[in-house]
Design a binder for this molecule. Structure first.
Ligand code: ADP
Length: 329
């Protein structure tokens, strides 16, 4: 039996199976096949066009990203294995310390913590919106002209959660790098969320020229275990490790001046030695650090003579040394 003869038979059988009369079907297999092929062709063409458009958009954005980032001399990511160890506090105070150390108006912070942005609050920029002009969106400007970009500036209010999966977060981070008019910067600090998830991975892929990462930890054993994960993560992605900072390293009583090692201390130093990475310094627990952050006033500006501020300034010098050495290589 020829193929085209099959259609009415099949149709008649189908009718019979449904209890309908076996009448001759008007179904035309050739017409149907042609229609299907046409639809398939149109579908394939549309998909190919969509892929091509997406690829074009991607390469345009990549070019934009490269053009923006070429004006940023150094990119440094601040990471931690766990949350709550003071990573954002360290990122903010390092940014201010760099600005105070001859880089005012030329420091940027990208708050790449999409789900829990906290940089704007710490710099008193909550509620700001990114201003958009013909060249793109402009960062908010904080203390000493520090340029800040955060998801927080795009949310309707501070309590609104961001419920996004990985690819969307990567798109947002890519746009933060390509569509923001960062201008000429000496250093862009990137505050990443804790752990080794989508955001650090995106940054590592989008900025292969990253100068290095600074790892923040606290002295507790639990925190040290996860530091190892951060170190392995950075090494696997080929990001140089600038060094480790031990935050919340002892508490100096404001009344008697005696030091109490609340989380022990020296753990950061030990882990740095063990993993053969540089130890950048330790920041003590200081009630003012927390209070200033909540008020949106950078601690290091408010209390420049405190032990913690001095330590931040020393760390900045070590990071500058690292950048100088790297430039020589
Ligand atoms: P992370 O970014 O690691 O989640 P944060 O920077 O948000 O941590 O800090 C968590 C809390 O600890 C904040 O309230 C911050 O003000 C406080 N904090 C951080 N470092 C110190 C410190 N050295 N002394 C006192 N409080 C600190």
């Amino acid at each position: 039996m020829e193929e085209e003869d099959l259609a009415p038979v099949l149709s008649a059988e189908a009718n019979a199976s449904m209890g309908l009369p076996r009448k001759k079907s008007t179904f035309d297999l050739e017409e149907a096949t042609e229609a299907i092929l046409k639809y398939k062709g149109v579908f394939e063409l549309t998909s190919m066009r969509k892929v091509a458009e997406r690829e074009k958009q991607f390469s345009e954005q990549e070019q934009k990203l490269r053009a923006r980032m070429i004006k940023v001399r150094h990119k440094i990511a601040v990471i931690s294995g766990k949350g709550g160890v003071g990573k954002s506090t360290v990122a903010v105070n390092l940014a201010v310390a760099f600005a105070m150390h001859g880089h005012a108006e030329h420091i940027g912070i990208l708050d790449a913590d999409i789900h829990g942005p906290s940089i704007p609050r710490m710099l008193g920029l909550t509620g700001q919106r990114l201003q958009v002009g013909p060249p793109g969106a402009f960062p908010a400007s904080g203390t000493l002209g520090i340029k800040v970009v955060s998801m927080d500036f795009l949310l309707p209010d501070e309590n609104a959660p961001v419920i996004w999966r990985g690819p969307l977060k990567m798109t947002a981070i890519r746009q933060f790098l390509s569509d923001i008019v960062w201008g000429e910067l000496d250093i862009l600090l990137i505050d990443l969320p804790p752990g080794t998830g989508d955001e650090p991975l995106s940054i590592a892929q989008l900025l292969p020229e990253m100068d290095g990462v600074v790892i923040v930890t606290i002295p507790s054993k639990v925190s040290q275990v996860v530091v190892k994960k951060s170190v392995t993560f950075a090494r696997q992605l080929g990001m140089p490790i600038i060094g480790v900072i031990e935050n919340m390293s002892g508490f100096i009583c404001p009344h008697c001046g005696k030091k109490s090692d609340i989380f022990e201390s020296g753990g950061g130093h030990k882990i740095a030695e063990e993993l053969n990475i540089a130890f950048l310094g330790s920041i003590p627990i200081d009630q003012e650090i927390c209070e200033d952050a909540d008020r949106g006033e950078p601690f290091i500006v408010e209390h420049p003579n405190s032990a913690a501020s001095k330590s931040f300034m020393e760390i900045v010098k070590k990071i500058e040394d690292f950048l100088r050495q790297k430039a020589k290589k």
